[in-house]
Design a protein around this ligand. Structure first.
Ligand code: URA
Length: 246
């Protein structure tokens, strides 16, 4: 038996939070009865309807994509631009876990498992993300120190960050910096670097937790192995049934 909101999230109908909203709004029926309680447990034989339509229980799928530039990190784009989902031929309703900007490249995870997405994205789980940015200007020690201490973006201080200066090029007046962060705020890396006076010219995410791009080329993807999925849950201190481990 699993909680109704978890079943909805893992069937790809909605994120866990959206699923809870659907339940509270009376849009979910179990065996013909409207259910408005969030704790309700359901089994594999229960018939679940959302907006009057039966949900299909999809197998859970997990992919690691090397996102190229010029692709949006959503499942569909109102401007008709190519999306990250278009790059992975699957009949499952997958969506990206978090976002990379249109012009950002690098490691992006996609899944149809709402629970997994929620666990990985939650800042309290502190999953490390490593970004490499090419910026305008020569990055100095005081800028690195300020970034590590925390800078204010959108009225809130950023939490701990590790910064490494990888390279400077005085001829082109550019630097390459590596930032390791746990948060996932909107345009976080670009805003952090802008706050210390460096415009980001190129941005790539090289690592999420222990996952790297390894041998993938831009635009290529691979499924995550069951071991990797388990390890990601373990990193976030969750067991695979969604219960917090003591
Ligand atoms: N930070 C950004 O500014 N952009 C991204 O795409 C990811 C992190």
């Amino acid at each position: 038996m699993e909680r109704l909101q978890k079943v909805l999230a893992s069937s790809g109908v909605a994120s866990r939070r959206k699923a809870e909203e659907l339940i509270l709004a009376g849009e979910v029926q179990v065996n013909g009865e409207v259910v408005r309680e969030l704790g309700r447990k359901v089994s594999g034989t229960d018939v679940i309807l959302v907006h009057g339509k039966m949900i299909k229980k999809e197998d859970k799928v997990y992919y690691l994509l090397y996102k190229p530039r010029g692709v949006v990190s959503t499942s569909s784009d109102e401007k008709g631009r190519k999306t990250v989902v278009d790059l992975i031929p699957t009949s499952s309703r997958i969506y990206p876990i978090g976002r990379l900007d249109y012009d950002t490249t690098g490691l992006l995870l996609l899944t149809n498992d709402g629970e997994f997405a929620q666990v990985l994205m939650h800042p309290k789980h502190k999953i490390e993300k490593v970004y490499v940015a090419k910026v305008r200007g020569i990055v100095k020690g005081d800028a690195i120190h300020a970034l590590e201490k925390g800078v204010e973006i959108d009225g809130k201080l950023t939490s701990s960050v590790r910064v490494k200066l990888r390279k400077v090029n005085r001829d082109t007046n550019t630097s390459i910096v590596e930032l390791t962060i746990h948060e996932g705020r909107n345009h976080q890396v670009k805003k952090m670097l802008a706050s210390v006076g460096h415009e980001v010219l190129k941005l790539k995410r090289e690592r999420v937790g222990f996952l790297t791009l390894d041998k993938l080329k831009s635009g290529e993807y691979r499924p995550l192995s069951p071991k990797e999925i388990k390890q990601l849950y373990a990193m976030a201190n969750y067991s695979q049934d969604g219960k917090k481990e003591e």
